[in-house]
Design a protein around this ligand. Structure first.
Ligand code: PRX
Length: 629
């Protein structure tokens, strides 16, 4: 499965295009299957209907845990670094992790969970998050992890959409010097969720919480009631493994569904190749398990590969801006995988937090989640990698399950701000607005993929039509990514950002429509329009233009109320950075908001707003320009 040289990459790539089924079958054979597949791939992008390793039976936890026990039983699987650096870190060996996963799987069963049921996981970054995820997979329950920063309302929406039976949470979470009341949020969320029968509560911060008789049980006491003997459920390749909600350009977040066989093969394959992981190395991915990066590269990819995955509870700036480097130093981290927003933020604190930290263990650096600007790339390269660690700028999405375009560390020649080349099995194409392929190099267009890879999205939970419409209908027979992309003279790919109404704020994906809906919930608001603008640290900031019912006595107070409303409806990550009150929005005669104009104003580029004569009331533009922030 391992690519070692650029020639091997080229050979593998060619093989994967000429004979995709043969290529992936060879890789899939390295896993344990209860029953071999009958056919490697069946696909149709128009319905869409995609099946990998058809008829194959396996269990992903057997591959991530049991398979390693003999050789790696006493080898660290997870190293946990707590929020408070004065507290000890925790190491779970593969044997210990296996034991805990089996026990918790039995706890789930004891609480009524059976194969196919959905379990919501709302936990901080603690090993128990990985344990809960794997325990679901052990018994064939479908996990739906919700990022701990989402509000009760967002949690409710996600629980209802997938009809979760059980929720796993903790009393609280520690992030920097904040204590986050997880269980309180769950209690609020559950007022509107009749489907939830049990809440399993982990003791973590020991914050006082309510425990409701008959519904709420403690993780620790449940674990004492069960054995560590839990046979893995035999799963079909195409049985759903998990649901992960993500934002799109319209409506509520959708539940992206990944299935068992293909996701298993692809997350492990990409982990091993992109990062060139070697036995005994420590891999540190700084993402939260609530995002796809955490699923694929904290939990599944590394554990399927017998790797040591470092999991960090806290934030990069606590107790100071040297925390990541301190962790790298103390745990001798070999591979660090983080987001440009973190790099930019730490860069701003200056080099004094890097100096004096021994970063010599580092071999590979990774970047994910948003375009990385050249300055951040160079700083990462020079001051963290000391010019000797390849940087893998990995492009992918919740829907892709794993990395699609990225250098292979030490194999692909890197170039700042470029995700470089597609991994084997990935066939990108650029198209123009009409869907015509843009051939050759030195071109840009909308990024699509023309052939399935094993961990491609299968459906959106409960609404297959939405999946078809969002990803497979814009351009017939292509998967549309929603990203704009440039292919340079060398055939290298550079992702330039979303071409739809999706924002990427600090690597978090947020739909403009979602933020608008939240703002519009505020009693005084008549209408709003949200756009992104370039932000030095976050990549993109959120700029909201808001029309209120009455003239406002105190604009600042109203702004704060709107921020509180957005926090309540979505969560703090969706709070606008700027709110401008306006008397009208630039609309066409058919009532469509011309976002292009708002985007330019938000960017501060008001010199040339293009043609505004088609607007219903062109004078609103002058007013907005005058009040721009
Ligand atoms: O716009 C792209 C951007 O993040 C989007 C996917 O977001 P999400 O599903 O939350 O997954 C993030 C982690 C995989 C993409 O459509 N994106 C992700 N990685 C990169 C990127 N943009 C540029 N360069 C990247 N390396």
């Amino acid at each position: 499965m391992r690519i070692r040289t650029f020639e091997e990459y080229q050979t593998a790539y060619q093989h994967s295009v000429e004979d995709p089924e043969g290529f992936w079958a060879e890789i899939a054979q390295e896993f344990k299957w209860h029953k071999p597949w009958k056919k490697v791939l069946e696909w149709n992008f128009s319905t869409p209907d995609i099946k990998w390793f058809v008829g194959g039976k396996t269990n992903i936890t057997e591959n991530a845990l049991d398979r390693h026990l003999r050789e790696l039983g006493n080898h660290p699987a997870i190293i946990w670094e707590p929020n408070d650096p004065s507290e000890p870190s925790v190491t779970l060996t593969y044997k210990m992790l296996h034991d805990q996963v089996c026990r918790f799987a039995n706890v789930l069963k004891r609480n009524g969970v059976v194969k196919g049921d959905r379990v919501c996981i709302y936990l901080p970054m603690v090993p128990e998050a990985a344990i809960a995820i794997l325990a679901c997979a052990r018994i064939g329950a479908v996990h739906s992890v919700v990022f701990g920063g989402f509000s009760a309302q967002s949690l409710t929406d996600r629980i209802i959409d997938s009809n979760c039976k059980v929720i796993v949470t903790s009393d609280g979470a520690a992030r920097g010097n904040k204590n986050i009341p997880m269980k309180d949020t769950v209690d609020d969320a559950l007022i509107a969720c009749p489907s939830v029968q049990k809440v399993i509560v982990l003791t973590h911060t020991r914050t006082p919480i309510s425990m409701i008789k008959g519904r709420d049980v403690w993780w620790e006491s449940e674990m004492k009631q069960v054995t560590s003997d839990c046979r893995p459920e035999v799963m079909d390749s195409e049985d759903p493994l998990f649901i992960l909600y993500t934002s799109g350009s319209t409506g509520k977040p959708k539940g992206v569904v990944h299935t068992t066989g293909g996701y298993m093969v692809y997350s492990a394959y990409t982990f091993q190749n992109v990062f060139q992981y070697e036995k005994d190395q420590v891999f540190f991915c700084t993402a939260d398990v609530g995002w796809i990066t955490g699923h694929s590269y904290i939990v599944y990819g590394p554990l399927l590969s017998g790797a040591t995955s470092l999991m960090f509870e806290g934030i990069p700036t606590y107790p100071d801006a040297g925390r990541f480097w301190d962790i790298v130093d103390r745990h001798k981290v070999d591979i660090l995988y983080t987001a440009p927003t973190a790099i930019r933020s730490l860069m701003g604190f200056g080099l004094k937090y890097v100096e004096g930290k021994d970063l010599s263990s580092l071999k590979v650096l990774g970047s994910v989640g948003e375009p990385i600007n050249e300055e951040a790339w160079n700083w990462y390269n020079e001051h963290i990698g000391k010019g000797k660690c390849p940087i893998v700028d990995t492009w992918w999405q919740t829907e892709t399950g794993g990395i699609l375009i990225s250098p292979i560390a030490g194999v692909t020649k890197t170039k700042p701000t470029y995700a470089t080349l597609p991994l084997p099995g990935v066939q990108p194409i650029l198209v123009d607005e009409s869907g015509k392929e843009i051939e050759g190099n030195g071109v840009s267009g909308n990024l699509c993929i023309k052939y399935p890879w094993p961990s491609i999205i299968r459906t959106t939970w409960g609404d297959h039509e939405r999946c078809r419409q969002t990803y497979f209908s814009t351009y017939p027979n292509l998967y549309f990514t929603g990203d704009g992309c440039l292919r340079d003279e060398d055939g290298y790919y550079r992702i330039t950002g979303r071409v739809d109404d999706v924002l990427n704020v600090s690597g978090h994906r947020i739909g403009t429509a979602e933020v608008e809906n939240a703002i519009n919930m505020h009693a005084d608001v008549i209408e709003s329009a949200v756009v992104g603008y370039p932000h030095d640290i976050k990549g993109q900031g959120i700029y909201a233009f808001v029309i209120c019912e009455n003239t406002l006595d105190d604009e600042d107070l109203s702004r704060r109320d709107i921020l509180a409303t957005v926090t309540r409806i979505i969560g703090p990550i969706a709070k606008p950075d700027k709110i401008q009150f306006v008397r009208g929005l630039p609309k066409t005669r058919s009532g469509k908001i011309m976002r292009r104009i708002l985007r330019k104003i938000a960017e501060g580029d008001t010199g040339n707003l293009g043609d505004t004569t088609t607007l219903l009331d062109p004078t609103v533009v002058d007013d907005i320009k005058a009040g721009a922030m």
